[in-house]
Design a binder for this molecule. Structure first.
Ligand SMILES: [Zn+2]
Ligand SMILES: [Zn+2]
Length: 339
């Protein structure tokens, strides 16, 4: 059995996109938005859905509309402005009335948080390359029905589902999923984060958790220091301390709730995506039957260690290596249709 006729045509029409270099507008070391005439590195040839900064060291998702960048820009701005605000309005008081060490601690936490934000946002979350070597039978007749139905394979506790991605034409590794925003399958996908405009998966989950942790510590530190100052001075003399206290108190809420949620997920060995897909326990709105999760070892600490401290692994798309034209991982393909 095969897919419907339209699906057969779609598969048969797989063809390389015309190399986007003809319409190259802007490409250099700082920002690579479109590919140059002769790509030297892999990232230069892989710009259909992504852009790169600093010679391919950072990569971002090219979103369709400008307003889709608002969440990411807000996250970055909220983080960046906290540094000058603190230095201008609080550093002097901390230096003279508390200790110079306070300023160094603030700057250290700020840098750690910024570093993790950059890595969670602009690093490879675990992209899986597409299959561009479809066998003749698939191209001519479409996907066999066995590819459409998910398969059950042995898991750590029970059978786990294995699915074929009909967009990437690959069998996804267990716990991987296709992200429609990133338009790619992501290894060990947790969720797509709109605030970071990136998927959170195998290779950046740790940095995502560290970003939440350091942001919470940073905000708590600012709250404590500004509260101390307000308690010692007249509040009318320290309006910016009050502003910073409110700013930090508001900014701590979302990361704290998110980190608590991921702590619970870690203890039960479930990802955000799996949690959202799990059926609710009858009669309970929030409770879900996570005990059925085949990756739940039954030991909370073992679950947590495995989920939070799993190795990142190597990237399947090494973007800063030399480009060779025969490496089809870096060719972009579209699925056409007969019209
Ligand atoms: Zn996919
Ligand atoms: Zn994504």
């Amino acid at each position: 059995m095969t897919l419907s006729k339209s699906k057969i045509w779609q598969a048969a029409e797989l063809k390389p996109v015309e190399f986007p270099l003809k319409r190259a507008l802007f490409s250099n070391w700082f920002v690579t938005w479109t590919s140059p005439e002769n790509p030297a590195y892999n990232y230069q040839a892989y710009t259909e859905s992504r852009y790169y900064l600093f010679g391919g060291r950072l990569r971002g998702l090219r979103l369709v509309k400008l307003k889709q960048y608002v969440s990411l820009i807000t996250t970055i701005v909220l983080h960046v402005v906290s540094l000058p605000l603190y230095i201008i309005f609080e550093a002097r008081y901390a230096w003279t009335h508390i200790s110079p060490a306070i300023i160094f601690i603030f700057c250290y936490l700020w840098c750690l948080s910024a570093s993790c934000l950059i890595r969670a946002t602009f690093q490879d979350p675990g992209l899986l390359p597409r299959n561009v070597h479809l066998v003749d039978n698939v191209v001519r007749n479409g996907l066999p029905i066995e590819y459409i139905n998910s398969q059950l394979v042995d898991g750590p506790k029970s059978k786990v589902e294995l699915k074929y991605c009909t967009t990437c034409y690959i069998w996804r590794p267990v716990r991987s999923s296709h992200c429609s925003m990133c338009n790619a399958c992501i290894l060990n996908m947790d969720h797509h984060c709109p605030f970071l405009a990136n998927c959170i998966g195998q290779r950046n989950y740790w940095h995502f958790l560290c970003y939440l942790t350091f942001t919470i510590l940073l905000c708590a530190f600012v709250c404590a220091q500004t509260a101390y100052r307000i308690s010692r001075q007249d509040i009318a003399d320290t309006p910016m301390s009050l502003f910073l206290l409110i700013y930090a108190a508001l900014c701590i809420m979302f990361p704290a709730s998110l980190l608590f949620t991921h702590l619970c997920f870690g203890l039960t060995g479930i990802t955000t995506r799996e949690y959202l897909a799990t059926d609710r326990v009858e009669g309970h709105f929030f409770l879900k039957d996570v005990c059925l999760n085949p990756f739940n070892s039954g030991n909370l600490i073992a679950n947590w260690l495995r989920q939070w401290l799993r190795p990142r692994g190597l990237s399947t798309l090494p973007l800063r290596q030399q480009f060779t034209e025969t490496d089809t991982r870096f060719q972009e393909y579209v699925i056409g249709s007969l019209t």
